[in-house]
Design a protein around this ligand. Structure first.
Ligand code: 7TS
Length: 413
């Protein structure tokens, strides 16, 4: 007999951890469905920030005093938490950054700048957030390599036959997100990594939307690089991490210079660099935010990431069912494997108008291009409305959202 893990989630208990969910917007209870942009913050994370500034605020790695030691220990403990959460083998493979965007820019400007030659090619998917397109374009302008796009099919799933067909002896890197922020498509990154490696190319996975929603194991995926942001996984803004295989990080040059990233500095004898990961962490990092991001990942672990993912799948199914009632509504992105993100347009109602009016009813969704212009343009639209779910959302909130949407659509038509 197979014993299935109990994946039920006590959403009322989860909600009690989020003080912001008690607030009202325009006199209505807040229904927050903009989680793909930023998730809300549990009190445990807020308390971690508060505790840091009240009790042990100090610069790390350089002081020989109690507060500095305590801050350093907590900072390095957060690295261990991230290592464990992402399945990395070694904590030296975890570099703290400002977020996903900075992590990708780090790879482009360090690995990319010294490995990509004018005749080389890299593959970037059509599903990408601008932060996994533009850093490569900026570098390509300087170095002259070619960016080739991995196309999507009509459901917004990557065309895997086309992907295989794009490789040749000049392919050096694949840059792809694990889960698309615009459509929620879950990409087969493990299979994509295996194909990239067969061709001698590396793979950078943008995990900004995966880390909050499904168990991630960078070793099982065999990702060479994996990036994510704290503020999308119940942590603070201004912090994130890059996982990189130790051998790659060791061979890469620093990309920013400053304190913390050196061993010795000399005008005459040149400068030598710190070991990984510190080589990539120039200057004072956002210490409190790093520690609080670690606390956020512990909060997720306490609930169970698989449990959160399973709950969001239930919310997704419920929302799909309810949204089918809205006349003229079309969902963009219908891939067979999707996370809790729904992008849609409503005939005769501009996305921006829908977003503004629905906010008046207390419902926060996102409207616009979701920093994925190539994808939206491919589907013939400039903007969509997007609802995205987190652990604390409920079926009742989805009902409120759909009922509010019905009212708004009637108003603008
Ligand atoms: N990659 C993906 C897949 C994302 O969803 C985002 C942010 C980023 C990268 C950039 O992350 P940052 O933390 O460095 O800014 N996505 C969104 C969004 O969907 N709406 O607002 C931000």
């Amino acid at each position: 007999m197979t014993v299935l893990a109990d994946l039920s989630l006590d959403v009322e208990q989860v909600r009690r951890d989020f003080p912001i969910l008690a607030r009202q917007v325009h006199g209505k209870p807040l229904v927050y469905l903009d989680n793909a942009a930023t998730s809300q913050t549990p009190r445990q994370v807020i308390e971690t920030l508060d505790h840091y500034y009240r009790h042990y605020n100090a610069n790390i790695h350089r002081g020989l005093h109690t507060l500095a030691d305590e801050a350093t220990a907590a900072f390095e403990q957060a690295r261990e938490i991230v290592r464990n959460f992402t399945g990395a083998a070694d904590r030296r493979e975890i570099v703290f950054t400002r977020g996903t965007t900075e992590a990708i820019n780090l790879v482009a400007n360090s690995w990319g700048r010294c490995n990509l030659k004018p005749d080389d090619e890299i593959l970037v998917s059509q599903l990408e957030h601008h932060s996994n397109i533009v850093p490569w374009q900026l570098l390509a302008e300087q170095l002259g390599f070619r960016i080739r796009m991995i196309p999507v099919d009509e459901r917004g799933a990557l065309d895997m036959a086309a992907y295989r067909g794009l490789f040749n002896e000049r392919t050096r890197l694949v840059a792809v997100n694990h889960i698309s922020n615009a459509f929620g498509t879950i990409n087969p990154v493990k299979e994509m990594a295996a194909i990239a490696h067969e061709h001698g190319a590396l793979i950078l996975v943008d995990g900004a939307q995966a880390i909050p929603h499904e168990p991630v194991d960078v070793q099982a995926i065999d990702a060479d690089f994996y990036a994510f942001s704290g503020h999308k996984v119940y942590g603070p803004t201004g912090v994130g991490a890059l996982y990189g295989k130790a051998a790659l990080l060791e061979a890469m040059p620093p990309w920013q210079g400053g304190g913390e990233m050196i061993k010795t500095v000399s005008f005459d004898a040149g400068t030598t660099y710190a070991d990984i990961p510190h080589k990539f962490e120039a200057g004072t990092p956002p210490i409190a935010n790093v520690i609080a991001m670690g606390r956020a990942l512990e909060w997720v672990t306490d609930i169970g990431i698989a449990r959160i993912g399973a709950w969001e799948q239930q919310l997704l199914a419920h929302a799909n069912e309810r949204l089918a009632e809205v006349e003229g509504l079309r969902i963009l992105g219908t891939a067979p494997r999707k996370a809790g993100v729904i992008s849609f347009v409503v005939e005769g109602a501009h996305a921006q108008d829908v977003g503004l009016l629905i906010d008046q009813l207390g419902v926060a969704i996102r409207t616009g291009n979701h920093c994925a212009q190539p994808l939206l343009h491919h589907f013939g639209v400039d903007a969509t409305c997007r609802a995205s779910f987190a652990a604390y959302n409920t079926r009742e909130e989805i009902d409120t959202f759909v009922e509010a949407l019905q009212r708004v659509v009637t108003m603008v038509r």
